[in-house]
Design a protein around this ligand. Structure first.
Ligand SMILES: [Zn+2]
Length: 116
């Protein structure tokens, strides 16, 4: 189990990243009125998509995926998602604290990440 101060720092980092991702998505018009992700806005799949719009779609997809990872990590910290935060989703072993500090959204330990 990580020290409370470590957990607080990671939560802080995740919340900061979530706010930044939401702000970017909002600027791209990818959030609905409630601030939630608008998954009905099919930027990338539209048949009328032009090059610029396609680029936006790719960016939105990337930001959404990043936001999903952040939300999942926060849910794990809150105990509303499994496995618990800092536990590898593949092997169930604790993820090294240094790895979590470098990448707070890490879902796998170094070994499993390298194994693909
Ligand atoms: Zn693992």
């Amino acid at each position: 189990m990580m020290a409370d101060t470590g957990v607080a720092a990671l939560r802080n980092a995740l919340e900061t990243e979530r706010a930044a991702l939401r702000r970017e998505l909002n600027e791209l018009g990818a959030l609905d009125g409630t601030g939630a992700l608008d998954y009905d806005a099919n930027f990338a799949d539209s048949s009328q998509v032009n090059a610029e719009r396609g680029e936006t779609g790719a960016l939105v997809a990337k930001l959404r995926s990043g936001l999903d990872d952040v939300e999942l990590a926060l849910a794990k910290l809150d105990g509303t998602a499994t496995p618990a935060y800092g536990i590898c989703e593949r092997c169930g072993q604790p993820i090294a604290e240094a790895r979590l500090e470098a990448m707070p959204t890490a879902r796998r330990c170094v070994t499993c990440s390298a194994a693909g």
